[in-house]
Design a protein around this ligand. Structure first.
Ligand code: SAM
Ligand code: SF4
Length: 299
């Protein structure tokens, strides 16, 4: 299929379900940095990678609320709290519940991404009112062992099933640029689309080649292949928000505009993602102005 045909198809599907001139704005905060025991080859927060990142403790609720208030006042409607964990410890659950309740009280949708969850942990977060849980498949099942060896693809799918069973909406996507094949990219997107219920949010990351990680010297993704993957995600998951996630600080405005045309309709705003750069408020506001796009409002 020619690029123009694929883009026409994706934009048509997008317009059938969304206003193509609106973007959902989220903000991501690292509530616990570094020292993760997992060995994800792309991640600066893995204690297995020599990135020199200092491990920190779980952030205090008050600090999370201060940051969330700034995000809300900056136009974000969803607040995502990420932790560099394999899984949360039960001793952390009370603090996590307090964070969900406090951020919700600001009128923001809440999201957490804390690694793998037990049934009880998923139920506890659901009871606290957590709106979304992020848990990315990252690539195809076939290629996954090349990227992560401390857990399996099935472990990721199990957590997604637990999150869904607990009644929390699902945010699940992946990364392009890990060294995967085109078939791997298609398989990852098809796996997401074929979950019993497709994720309500699908983050598509462009690998940020973090120094000290195994993938620091990975080959860059062909920009048109990246856009094709966004378009395929849109076509296969027509009702999901497709988030243009990590890597935007490396993308031109033109490439981002092509991704929006392909059906991406959500971004993270703010200067940093978890440990990596993000375009920042001014550049994003200028881009939206140039494209005549506006932010979705809460509710
Ligand atoms: N520790 C939790 C986990 O792994 O599920 C949450 C941490 S963070 C949200 C994890 C996600 O961020 C990864 O699944 C990956 O999709 C993305 N990510 C992490 N490092 C990245 C990088 N260097 N480039 C692009 N995406 C990255
Ligand atoms: Fe740990 Fe998550 Fe980073 Fe993997 S992606 S090393 S699980 S923080």
């Amino acid at each position: 299929m020619g690029f123009a045909d694929l883009m026409f198809r994706a934009q048509s599907v997008h317009r059938a379900h969304f206003d193509p001139n609106r973007l959902q704005l989220s903000r991501l905060l690292n509530i616990k940095t570094g020292g993760c025991p997992e060995d994800c080859g792309y991640c600066s927060q893995s204690s297995r990678n020599a990135t020199g990142l200092k491990a920190g403790r779980l952030m205090a609720v008050e600090q999370v609320v201060r940051e969330a208030r700034k995000a809300r006042d900056g136009g974000a409607t969803r607040y995502c709290m990420g932790a560099a964990w394999r899984s949360p410890k039960d001793r952390d659950m009370d603090t996590l519940v307090a964070m969900v309740q406090a951020v919700k009280a600001l009128g923001l949708e809440t999201c957490m991404t804390l690694g793998m969850l037990s049934d009880d942990q998923a139920d506890t977060l659901a009871a606290a009112g957590l709106d979304y849980y992020n848990h990315n498949l990252d690539t195809s099942e076939r290629f996954y062992p090349e990227i992560v060896t401390t857990r399996s693809y099935a472990d990721r799918l199990d957590t997604l099933a637990r999150v869904r069973a607990a009644g929390i909406r699902v945010c699940a996507g992946g990364i392009l640029g890990l060294g995967e094949s085109a078939a791997d990219r298609i398989d990852m997107i098809v796996t997401l689309a074929n979950l019993p219920e497709p994720p309500e949010s699908v983050p598509i990351n462009m690998l940020i080649r973090m120094p000290g990680t195994e993938l620091a010297d990975a080959d860059p993704v062909d920009p048109f292949d990246f856009v094709r993957s966004i378009a395929l995600t849109r076509i296969l998951m027509p009702r999901s928000h497709v988030r243009l996630t990590a890597g935007r600080s490396m993308m031109s405005d033109e490439l981002q505009a092509l991704c929006f045309l392909a059906g991406a309709n959500s971004i993270f705003v703010g200067d940093t993602l978890l440990t990596a750069a993000n375009p920042g408020e001014d550049r994003d506001a200028a881009l939206l102005r140039r494209l005549g796009m506006t932010a979705e409002t809460a509710g």
